[in-house]
Design a protein around this ligand. Structure first.
Ligand code: ZN
Length: 89
């Protein structure tokens, strides 16, 4: 059961998108990962138990992946995406 979910927008170094995508698919907290166009290269949806755990995922798991230049984390306040988080009330 998870209480916090968020979208993590990532900027990735040119040429690293495929490698980063592979690495992200091994991070179990991520519900989904998409390669996108626009100002960001990848968007992941994450479901965790607490804000602290969200911080840990971003700082230890994601920022340790080679090729990720910058992350922007948007916490969902009213999730309606069908993920396993418990924010839908
Ligand atoms: Zn969600």
């Amino acid at each position: 059961m998870t209480d916090v979910c968020a979208y993590i927008l990532m900027e990735v170094e040119t040429g690293y998108v495929k490698d980063v995508l592979k690495a992200l698919q091994k991070v179990k907290e991520l519900e989904s990962v998409c390669v996108v166009t626009g100002p960001f290269d990848l968007i992941a949806h994450v479901s965790v138990k607490s804000l602290k755990e969200l911080g840990d995922v971003v700082t230890t798991k994601l920022q340790g992946i080679e090729g990720i230049v910058h992350t922007t984390t948007c916490v969902c306040t009213d999730c309606a995406c069908g993920c396993s988080c418990e924010t839908k009330k």
